[in-house]
Ligand binder design. Structure first.
Ligand SMILES: *[C@@H]1O[C@H](CO)[C@@H](O)[C@H](O)[C@H]1NC(C)=O
Ligand SMILES: *[C@@H]1O[C@H](CO)[C@@H](O)[C@H](O)[C@H]1NC(C)=O
Length: 446
C-alpha cells in the first residue's frame, strides 16, 4: 500500500508539475517510416527501430499529412493504418517493451506535397480550419495510442540567397516539391498568429488527455517570422530545431559547404564575430548557435530546446573547375552521384559514407575532420584529370561531430538532441560493429 502511494505520488508530481526525467538529456529519434520502401540493406523496418530504442527517450513517427479539409491523415495509408502492416498500431505497441519511451506522431516534415493553396498556411487562418484540424487529431488519438503530436509545419522556406540562373533542371524539378517557388507569403503575421492560436487550442485539448505537443522547425523556415517563441513555449513540451541542410546541392548547386555547422564563421575568420562570417557563406541564422539563441532569447526554457542532428551526408560533384584543396566553400557542379543503397542524388547515409571512407580501392575519399569542433567533417575525392572521372565532396556527420553537437547542447543547458533520422544512421553496424553510431556518439556526450 505504501509502495502504491509512493507510485501515485510520483505519478502525480510528474503529471502536475511536469517533472521531466530527461530535462537535459532528451534523445529524440525520428523515424522515416517510408524508409521501409528502400530495397536491399537500406530497407528499414520496425525490427530495426526496436534496436535503437534503448538509446532513445522519444520516438517520432514521420510523417502524417493534412488533407484538403484540414484534417490530419496518414501519409502512407497502406503502411500506417492498412490491414497488412498497420505501423501506427505496431509503433505504439513498442511501448510494451520500452515503457519509458514516448512516441509522437509528426505532421508535415516536408513529406506532404506542397499545393498551390499552401494548406499549412490556409489552415491557420480561420477558427474553422484550426478546429477541423484539432478535432481530427482528437479522433486519431482515440484510435491510436500515441503519447503526443509533433507539428513539423510546412511553412514556406526562405529562398536561397544567390539563386543562379544555371541551377539546371534538377533544381527546377525539386523547387515545387520543396515549396521554393515564386511564392511570397503576404500574410506572414496572420499565419504566425494563427499558428500560435492553433498550438494553444490544440494543447488545451491534449492537456487533460496527458498528451504532449511539440513543434519541429524545418530547415530554412525563418523561425523569427513564423514562431512566436514567447507565446508558444508554455504550450509545448519541446521545440526540435532542424538547423541542418544549411547548404544542400538543391539550394546551392554550384558551391558546396558545411551542411550543418554549429557556428556561422570559419576558415580564415579569426573569431566568431557574426559580421566576419558574412563573407564566408553563413549569414545570420544559418547555424545551430543562432537558431538556438532565437528561442532562448525569446523566453524558451533551455530544457525545451532540442537540437537536430542529421545522420546523412550532403554531396556535390567536383569537376575540373573545382579547387583541388577540397576546402569549402568549393566550386561544384550539382549533386553527387546517388549512393548504392539510398539511391538519391546528393545524399548518402552514414553507412554509405563510412564505406567510402574505409574502402581500400581507388574510390576511397580523403577525410578532413573538425578539430575546431564547430563546423563538421568533410571528405572528398578530386576530379581526375587523367581519366576525366568526376570527383565528389561530402559534408557529413559522424559520431565525433554528433558528439560535438551534444556537447554544445550540454554547455548551453539545452534539452537534448534530435536524430534525423534513424534509417540513415548505420543501423546495421557495418562501420565499426556498433549499431547506430551517430545516436550513440551524441547520447554519450549529453
Ligand atoms: C523517407 O524515405 C523515403 C524512401 O527513401 C524517401 O523517399 C523520403 O524522402 C524520406 N522522407 C524524408 C522526410 O526524409
Ligand atoms: C528572418 O526574418 C527576420 C524578420 O523577422 C529578418 O530580419 C531576417 O532577415 C530573416 N532571415 C532570413 C534568412 O531571411
Amino acid at each position: 500500500m505504501k509502495a502504491l502511494l509512493v507510485i501515485f505520488a510520483v505519478l502525480y508530481i510528474h503529471t502536475v508539475f511536469g517533472v521531466d526525467p530527461h530535462e537535459h538529456t532528451k534523445v529524440v529519434c525520428y523515424w522515416n517510416s517510408t524508409a521501409y520502401e528502400r530495397e536491399g540493406p537500406a530497407k528499414f523496418q520496425i525490427e530495426n527501430v526496436r534496436q535503437a530504442l534503448s538509446l532513445c527517450t522519444h520516438l517520432i513517427y514521420g510523417y502524417a499529412h493534412i488533407n484538403s479539409d484540414f484534417e490530419i491523415v496518414s501519409g502512407s495509408p497502406s503502411l500506417d493504418t492498412g490491414s497488412g502492416y498497420s505501423y501506427y498500431k505496431l509503433a505504439t505497441q513498442l511501448k510494451r517493451s520500452f515503457p519509458d519511451l514516448k512516441i509522437y506522431l509528426s505532421v508535415g516534415g516536408n513529406s506532404d506535397p506542397y499545393d498551390e493553396e499552401h494548406k499549412y498556411l490556409v489552415l491557420t487562418e480561420t477558427a474553422e480550419g484550426r478546429t477541423k484540424f484539432i478535432n481530427s487529431v482528437n479522433r486519431l488519438l482515440n484510435d491510436y495510442d500515441f503519447d503526443g503530436i509533433d507539428l513539423a509545419w510546412q511553412f514556406p522556406p526562405v529562398r536561397p540567397k544567390k539563386q543562379r540562373s544555371a541551377l539546371g533542371s534538377f533544381w527546377h524539378g525539386l523547387k515545387k516539391k520543396l515549396g521554393y517557388g515564386k511564392f511570397k507569403d503576404e500574410k506572414e503575421q496572420e499565419h504566425r498568429d494563427g499558428f500560435t492560436i492553433l498550438v494553444r487550442d490544440l494543447k488545451t485539448q491534449l492537456r487533460p488527455r496527458f498528451k504532449s505537443l511539440t513543434v519541429t522547425v524545418l530547415p530554412h523556415v525563418n523561425a523569427s517570422v513564423y514562431y512566436d517563441a514567447r507565446l508558444l513555449a508554455p504550450n509545448i513540451e519541446a521545440v526540435h530545431i532542424f538547423a541542418f541542410d544549411q547548404k544542400t546541392p538543391e539550394r546551392s548547386a554550384k558551391e558546396a559547404d558545411f551542411p550543418a555547422p554549429i557556428y556561422g564563421s570559419y576558415g580564415h575568420v579569426v573569431d566568431d564575430n557574426i559580421d566576419n562570417a558574412q563573407s564566408y557563406g553563413y549569414v545570420g541564422d544559418d547555424n545551430i548557435d543562432a537558431s538556438a539563441r532565437y528561442w532562448l532569447e525569446n523566453g524558451t526554457p533551455g530544457s525545451k530546446i532540442v537540437i537536430g542532428i542529421p545522420t546523412y551526408a550532403r554531396t556535390w560533384k567536383l569537376t575540373a573547375d573545382s579547387q583541388i584543396s577540397g576546402v569549402p566553400p568549393i566550386e561544384t557542379d550539382g549533386p553527387g552521384a546517388p549512393g548504392p543503397q539510398t539511391n538519391e542524388p546528393g545524399l548518402l547515409s552514414y553507412a554509405e559514407v563510412c564505406a567510402k571512407l574505409t574502402e581500400h580501392a581507388a574510390g576511397r575519399l580523403r577525410r578532413v575532420g573538425d578539430p575546431s569542433k564547430k563546423y563538421g567533417s568533410y571528405a572528398y575525392q578530386s576530379y581526375n584529370a587523367d581519366t576525366g572521372a568526376e570527383g565528389i565532396w561530402v559534408g557529413y556527420e559522424d559520431p565525433d561531430t554528433a558528439g560535438n553537437k551534444a556537447a554544445f547542447v550540454k554547455s548551453k543547458g539545452l534539452g537534448g538532441v534530435a536524430i534525423v533520422d534513424l534509417s540513415l544512421d548505420d543501423f546495421r553496424g557495418v562501420c565499426t560493429g556498433d549499431t547506430y553510431p551517430i545516436v550513440r556518439g551524441a547520447k554519450y556526450k549529453l
